[in-house]
Design a protein around this ligand. Structure first.
Ligand code: NJP
Length: 257
């Protein structure tokens, strides 16, 4: 039987797409919970700002997950001789909406390269470091768009459905080595996604909501495997489910029925 989570475990957790949005909140949340964190993203300035926010447990590395060489180089530079990691949060991603008929091929390709190739390179390059530490964890930021198809989102849905398949197969490959793999399926989150600004999607989940779920996952004892987790705001629809809780709750009449 495996031991419980080791509180003083010095092995770091890699978070991809950690310069802003969900990834940044996850990096901060994990560091606050006591984990050493390695934050990856392309924007050196935003990574520098993340490091300056007083988080001595966070180190950073500029990595573009679309490219195998960049990920390989990032692994080498950020792990710096370490043999094992505590886990990875595969989070880097992007989305652009548009009908198939109007979508330029380069936009389709960029979504595939970022959301799907990026996860492939990350999982492939980090696998040896995961399996050397029994109980290591992989958390992947998938989407309700992997479970339900939406018009205007064919490229994003395809990339996230592909990611779901990749992650489910990877789970079976590494489970015998005691690596745990969780697929997260968030609904709308109030971030910079699709050129948004935090605050513009007030009914959505906050990045910190998702981060607290990720921190919870990394606090589980090593025999606990949480495979799939859907999460959404009560004030946003999820997949085909349009029903939303109303701000302010039910009226007096509704409470009686
Ligand atoms: O988006 P945003 P979210 N290489 O734009 C990084 C999924 N999701 O936090 O490289 C490396 O605020 C980028 O950094 P930079 C979504 O599909 C979201 O909402 O410096 N990093 C930034 O840190 C995605 O997988 C919603 O530009 C790359 C981060 O990714 C994940 O959640 C709903 C990169 C994006 O931050 C985080 O998205 C849902 C690259 N090539 C799933 N390209 C939602 N927000 O509603 C981008 O179901 N990044």
């Amino acid at each position: 039987m495996a031991a419980d989570t080791r509180a003083d475990d010095p092995a770091p957790i890699v978070v991809t797409g950690a310069s802003r949005g969900i990834g940044r909140a996850v990096a901060v949340g994990l560091a606050q919970a006591g984990h050493p964190v390695i934050a990856w993203a392309r924007s050196a300035d935003r990574l520098a700002e993340l490091q300056q926010c007083g988080m001595s447990r966070i180190s950073t590395c500029v990595v573009d997950v679309r490219y195998e060489e960049s990920v390989r180089d990032g692994v080498e530079r950020s792990l710096n001789g370490r043999e094992a990691i505590r886990g990875v949060v595969v989070n880097a991603g992007m989305g652009e909406w548009g009908p198939v008929s109007d979508m330029p091929f380069h936009v389709w390709r960029t979504m595939m390269e970022t959301n799907l190739d990026g996860a492939f390179h990350t999982l492939k390059q980090l696998r040896p470091f995961l399996v050397r530490r029994p109980g290591a964890q992989v958390v992947t930021m998938i989407s309700d768009s992997a479970l339900y198809a939406y018009p205007q989102r064919a490229a994003y849905c395809a990339s996230k459905a592909g990611l779901r398949g990749l992650v489910d197969a990877f789970r079976r490959e590494v489970r015998p080595r005691h690596t745990r793999v969780t697929s997260l399926y968030p609904g709308r989150v109030d971030t910079y996604f699709r050129n948004g600004q935090p605050g513009s999607r007030s009914t959505a989940l906050r990045a910190e909501d998702v981060a607290s779920v990720v921190t919870f996952l990394f606090a589980q004892p090593e025999h606990v495997e949480i495979r799939d987790l859907s999460l959404c705001s009560m004030f946003s629809p999820y997949g085909p489910y349009d029903e939303v809780a109303r701000e302010g709750g039910l009226t007096q009449d509704e409470r009686l029925t």
